[in-house]
Structures are given as C-alpha cells and as structure tokens.
Design a protein around this ligand. Structure first.
Ligand code: PEP
Ligand code: MN
Length: 366
C-alpha cells in the first residue's frame, strides 16, 4: 500500500507522524517513508512493506494530510503507475523539467575523442539553442581492441567546454561505481559548470550492483537504457533497483532490441513502446534513434532513417531524444556510421519540435 501525502509536507513532520501512528497498529507491515522533489512540488509517500491484506485503507483516508491510498502489487512498486492510479510527477534538474509531458533533445558525441570535436559539437548546440547533450567518456565496447573511451582524463576539458557553451546537462554512461566519483570530482574542480545524467547502458541493464550505486546517490538523475535482449518487464524490474535505493529521478530509454527481424537496422526499433512505458510507469521516456537503427541510410524521400524513427518516437510521446552527431562521422572512433553531421543539426532540431507540436495539439483534443 502507498499512502500519498499532500504536497510539500515535511518528511519528519506531524503529518507523517500521524500516518505512522496508524501504521503502528498493524505489525504485519513496516512503513518506509519516501520523500523526493517532483518537477513542481515536494512529494512524501509512506509505503507499507509486507503483507498489507489485513490493513484497512479507511483510517488513512480520513487524515486530512492524505491525498491518495493505493494498494499496489510488489511489481515496480516505486516506478509503477499501478493501473493508472498514480500520476507521473517528473523532476527538475539544472533548471529544466523532465517528466512524461516534456521533450528535451540530447544530440551529441557517442564518444568523446578530441577537444576540438567537443568544442565544435557544443558550439553547434549553442547555435541551435540546445542546452542538453550526450558525451561518452567511458565506452563499453564489444571488442577489447576497439577504442574504449578517454575515461576520466577528458572530464576536465569536457566540463570546461560545456560551461563555456552554456550546456546544462551531459548524458554520460558509467561502467562502474568509481566513474561516479570521477565525475563528481571533475565537476567540483571545474566549479560545477554543468550537470550530468548518469547513463546506464544496455549492457549493464541488469548489473544490479551498478543500478544500486546509481540509486544511492541523489545528485545526478539516471538515464536507464532497456536491456537489449530481455523483456520490457525485466528491464522495468531492473530499473526499479535504482528507485528502491532512493533516487526517483529516472528517465527510461528505448534503444531497440536485438533481433535479426530488425535487419538491416542494428536493432529492432521499439518506439511503439513509448506509450506503453508511460502507461506502466511514472517515468519519462527517452528514445535513442541512433543505437536502434545503427546507420544513417537515406530513404527515397531524402530523409535519413534516423530522422524517420525520431519522428515516430516523438509522435508517440517521447520525452527525450538521445542522438549521435559528430563533426566528421567518417573519422569518429565509435559508432561513426550512425552519426549525423553538425550541418544536419538545425533541421533535425526544428523538425523534432514540429512533430512535438503536432503531438501536443492532438493530445490537447483528448
Ligand atoms: C551509447 O549510448 O553510447 C550506448 C553504448 O548505448 P547502448 O547502451 O544503448 O548500446
Ligand atoms: Mn554508441
């Protein structure tokens, strides 16, 4: 059972105490208080863990500080919507709102390679008035002989360049706990010029220890990428690990699933699951058109297939687009074949916003 309190009550205030005193009458359950910041207000929930069948809802409903009492299954208890009974609340980070009703573009480098390319990428974003990007320092590569990313050494100049170009957030994959410390250290040294989304890649989608670490820290939101070869239910359960450790600032990323049926794309594009994840969970949904299609093939209408699937994801209600760009894709050290060029960025961003406007106008009529 989840008991949701009125907005902005204190975690240790009289309202929570009133709920807890009722819970104390039922020894079969243990209360767990969850407090977090939504995009618009603070949210406090009291979760009853254990067998709550014999616990009545009425005594809680009678308290003026209680807005909702929801009986939930154990399944994705924190991230779930439990049959549309709980709203998505989103979160705010670096002055930007993220949730199921916003859209942010994160075009950028799959892997950081040179200072010049980082500067060129960030300058192109600034010209397009985009403050959010992706930039990989730690790269999980299929072959140990491929470029593994520059690691911690590039962080000082990546963050410095971000500050110079007004970039607010960088989505950056982490491979182990130590990477979080390296990112924190480099950001502090640079004077916190930008923020970071900790990206959990598809290869770590069920690395439960890493998910726990990402959930134990509350400084950075987490971008969780679905597992490439597991069910959506398994990915959502894995994502719940992050929330269960206390961090509810999560975006769930669809990046395609491994199947020969997707060929000639790198993965089978799964953006039909955008509304599904929004229905099942309280999380905002990101799409990754680059890692799902894996190539910048051009359709007969003159548009890249990356362009097409991006539009498909946005019209389905996506809240974030993680997409690879590179100043010289042919020379990129990682995933060059799927990178768009900087010259393509303005039209890509403009088209994405046009599709979004179309989606919003349709939703307004429902
Ligand atoms: C990436 O975004 O750079 C990446 C490696 O993606 P994925 O984990 O989805 O393969
Ligand atoms: Mn990549």
């Amino acid at each position: 059972m989840i008991i949701i309190l009125t907005p902005d009550v204190a975690e240790d205030g009289a309202e929570v105490a009133a709920v807890l005193s009722i819970v104390a009458r039922f020894p079969a359950v243990t209360p767990k208080v969850h407090a977090y910041r939504g995009a618009e207000h603070g949210v406090v929930e009291v979760h009853l863990v254990g067998d709550d069948k014999s616990v009545p809802e009425e005594p809680f409903r009678q308290l003026p500080c209680v807005v909702q009492v929801v009986r939930v299954s154990e399944k994705y208890r924190l991230i779930g919507r439990h049959g549309a009974r709980i709203d998505a609340i989103g979160f705010e980070y670096r002055g930007l709102r993220f949730g199921q009703d916003t859209l942010h573009l994160f075009p950028g480098l799959c892997a950081v390679d040179t200072r010049e390319n980082v500067d060129k990428m960030f300058a192109a974003l600034a010209r397009a008035k985009i403050k959010t990007t992706r930039a990989g320092a730690y790269k999980p590569r299929t072959s140990p002989y491929d470029f593994q990313g520059l690691g911690a050494e590039c962080l000082p100049w990546v963050f410095e360049s971000a500050g110079r170009h007004g970039i607010e957030i960088i989505a950056m994959e982490i491979l182990r706990e130590k990477n979080i410390d390296e990112i924190v250290g480099a950001l502090r040294k640079a004077g916190n010029p930008c923020g970071v989304f900790l990206q959990i890649g598809t290869r770590n989608a069920q690395n439960f220890e890493l998910l726990r670490y990402a959930g134990q820290q509350k400084e950075f939101p987490v971008l969780y990428k679905r597992g490439m070869g597991i069910t959506i239910e398994e990915s959502l359960n894995a994502c719940e690990y992050i929330a269960s450790e206390g961090n509810r600032n999560i975006m769930f990323c669809l990046r395609g699933v491994k199947s020969h049926l997707g060929e000639p794309h790198r993965n089978f594009v799964d953006f039909a699951h955008v509304p599904v994840v929004k229905r099942l969970t309280r999380l905002g949904v990101c799409i990754d058109p680059s890692h799902s299609t894996g190539r910048r093939a051009v359709a007969p209408d003159g548009l890249t297939e990356i362009h097409h699937v991006t539009a498909q994801g946005i019209i389905a209600g996506a809240n974030m687009v993680l997409v690879d760009f590179h100043p010289a894709p042919g020379a990129a050290l990682c995933d060059g074949p799927q990178a768009l060029t900087l010259e393509e960025l303005p039209a890509f961003a403009e088209d994405a916003m046009k599709v979004r406007a179309c989606y919003e106008s349709r939703v307004a009529k429902t």
